[in-house]
Design a protein around this ligand. Structure first.
Ligand code: SAM
Length: 204
């Protein structure tokens, strides 16, 4: 099954809080975003935002320039519906992050929780990094969260990669300076835990 079909199937068959990655609020992401930038003024893209409430929380904090991208149109429609009229304040993009054409140097901050780890071929990882390097402004902020070394080997039935800070930073290369990294023990709605890694890098 291709990427889009897989995720459309997930979001048409499961409730927002019935997926392993569900969290009421992405507190670690929010704290990092607020530490990295003046989030209200920054141009922020959430890649593979799915049905997460990060976009709601950014709008509540007064962020004026938020883009949400996902390969699943269903996830975007459900998120828009939840937001109601405030959805109009967000730019919505539907597409595969490896293939979609993004505006060059459009974003001050790139956020990805649990998307990069689905890229299991070096070609797709390279294409992703090229996208970030092109779309983020020089000096911009890149926050990527993947499963950590002790995280699961699969998510949503798909094989995933697991990273420590060094190996994740290594995928991005010399133009990225690792500012900080941390582990997050995510409690799934099913009562299990998953180790996530967060890396915050700055582009040259
Ligand atoms: C595990 S979910 C995480 C959702 C959200 N970031 C969160 O933390 O709650 C992965 C999300 O990435 C999206 N996704 C997966 N592969 C993608 C790709 N290649 N391009 C864009 N979105 C993708 C899926 O549709 C899904 O919404």
């Amino acid at each position: 099954m291709d990427t889009k079909r897989h995720w459309e199937n997930v979001y048409t068959t499961k409730a927002p809080d019935a997926v392993s990655w569900y969290r009421r609020h992405l507190e670690t992401s929010l704290a990092l975003i607020e530490r990295a930038t003046d989030a209200r003024e920054a141009s922020i893209i959430d890649v593979g935002g799915g049905e997460s409430t990060l976009v709601d929380d950014l709008l509540i904090r007064g962020c004026k320039n938020v883009t949400m991208l996902d390969v699943s149109q269903t996830a975007i429609e459900i998120t828009k519906k939840r937001l109601g009229l405030t959805a109009e304040q967000v730019r919505w993009l539907i597409g595969d992050i490896v293939e979609i054409e993004l505006q060059p140097q459009a974003y001050d901050l790139w956020h990805d929780r649990a998307v990069f780890h689905f890229l299991t071929t070096s070609e797709r990882r390279l294409a992703y990094v090229r996208q970030v390097t092109r779309a983020v402004k020089p000096g911009g902020h890149v926050i990527i969260s993947t499963f950590g070394p002790e995280g699961p080997t699969k998510c949503s039935g798909l094989e995933v990669m697991r990273y420590d800070a060094e190996s994740l930073h290594g995928e991005f290369g010399g133009r990225y300076r690792l500012v900080e990294s941390s582990h997050d023990l995510h409690q799934t709605p099913f009562g299990t835990t998953q180790q996530f890694l967060y890396c915050y890098c700055r582009l040259d």
